[in-house]
Design a protein. Structure first.
Length: 135
């Protein structure tokens, strides 16, 4: 019952994070140097660093596709919420660490807040579905 009342909210929230992840992933893949200069204030010449950066942002792009499917059928795809929420919290944590070490620019605060909020929301939704399914 609780889920049915809030399902429209969750569907819209999952669609927002899908669009943001897809656009962020694509923008990072298309314009790596611009992306790293916005986030870290520099570009990377090391091919290994670039390789891992591309891999990370491709994974974020793919998660965006997963969030899109989550927005269509949230109950049936609730495990995606747990997986995505854990990824978002992990990425936000690493960005917080980079920021605290002076390795990131103020621009990164937006993505940190976004991923913390959506990470918590996604995990909350997963456990809400589990709780409701046990009633």
């Amino acid at each position: 019952l609780i889920i049915n009342m809030n399902l429209i909210f969750f569907k819209r929230a999952f669609l927002v994070t899908a669009v943001v992840n897809i656009l962020a992933g694509l923008s990072a893949l298309i314009a790596l140097d611009l992306h790293t200069s916005l986030f870290y204030g520099r570009t990377f010449e090391d091919s290994l660093v670039k390789f891992y950066h591309y891999n990370l942002w491709f994974a974020i792009f793919v998660l965006g596709i997963g969030y899109y499917y989550l927005s269509l059928k949230p109950i049936e795809n609730s495990l995606l919420a747990l997986i995505g929420g854990l990824v978002k919290l992990f990425i936000a944590s690493t960005w917080i660490l980079l920021f605290s070490l002076g390795e990131a620019r103020i621009f990164l605060l937006g993505p940190i807040v976004f991923d913390l909020f959506y990470g918590i929301l996604l995990i909350y939704f997963y456990f809400l579905v589990r709780k409701q399914s046990k009633l």
